[in-house]
Each structure stands twice: as C-alpha cells, then as structure tokens.
Design a protein around this ligand. Structure first.
Ligand SMILES: [Zn+2]
Length: 149
C-alpha cells in the first residue's frame, strides 16, 4: 500500500509532533478532556503489529514504553491506558492515555459514555504541565536510543 492523500494520517501528522523518527512519530493529541493523551503512529501503511518485522515491533514498543514513562513521571496518573484500535486507518498506532479517577470516563475506557463532567481545576492543572510532558517524552525517547529523523 502506498501513502495516500485520502488517509488522514498521511495527509496530516494527527496531532502536535513531539518526536519524529524515520519510522514513526509521537504526537500529542488535541483532546481537551485528556491533556497528555499521546499516540505513537507508524508512518507507513501497516495494519497490524504482526505485519511489522520483529525489530520494528521492538522499536514501536520501546517508543510506547518511553511515552508511558514520561506521562507517569510528569502527570502521575492513576493508570495508563494503552490501546491499539486502528479500525479506521491503515497505520499501526498506539494510544497512550493518562487516566485519573476524576476524568470524564474513569473507570470506563475514554471511548465509552462519559460518567461525569470534567473537573476543571484538575484539568487546568494537567494542561499546565504539558511543557514538562513534552520535555519528558523527548528525554525518555532519547534515553531509549530512538533517534530523531
Ligand atoms: Zn496513511
């Protein structure tokens, strides 16, 4: 499969790019209720993790662990949710989502029906930490030996 302008993850980055590796990128997603929500997106059209070569699986996994570590260190969430769905786009991508007991959906998945209104002071405090989140993601990926493109 070739890249396509019909594909939203080929036509755009899919978020604010924090790290651009030759094979993947890490983006901060614009989800107002979930500051720190990141995606690790494989740049080429690959549908399943098992379509990647073993070394490529390790590469993308190490990027996910680095992002998880950065989110834990900065935001100290109750839980990190990891998910790979990709039903709508032919790019392997991992959602790395910091979860808090007062977030809109906790303890349900973020894609479920909301359980409550977001707690604005908590959200604002998390948004204020985004500069540290960006720095920590870059530092963790660098420490994992994942070079920038
Ligand atoms: Zn694409």
């Amino acid at each position: 499969m070739s890249q396509s302008s019909q594909c939203e993850l080929c036509a755009g980055d899919g978020g604010e790019v924090i790290w651009r590796h030759p094979a993947f990128r890490v983006v901060l997603v614009d989800e107002p209720d979930y500051p720190g929500f990141c995606r690790v997106i494989w740049n080429a059209h690959v549908k399943e993790m098992t379509d990647l070569a073993p070394a490529e699986r390790t590469l993308v996994s190490n990027a996910v662990w680095a992002v998880e570590a950065a989110l834990r260190e900065t935001l100290q969430p109750e839980k990190i949710n990891l998910a790979t769905l990709g039903n709508m786009t032919p790019h392997v991508h991992w959602h790395v989502i910091p979860r808090f007991t007062d977030d809109r959906h906790f303890p349900s998945p973020v894609w479920a029906a909301p359980r409550r209104e977001a707690d604005l002071p908590s959200l604002q405090a998390r948004r204020a930490q985004l500069p540290q989140v960006r720095d920590a993601i870059r530092r963790q990926l660098d420490a994992a030996g994942l070079p920038v493109a």
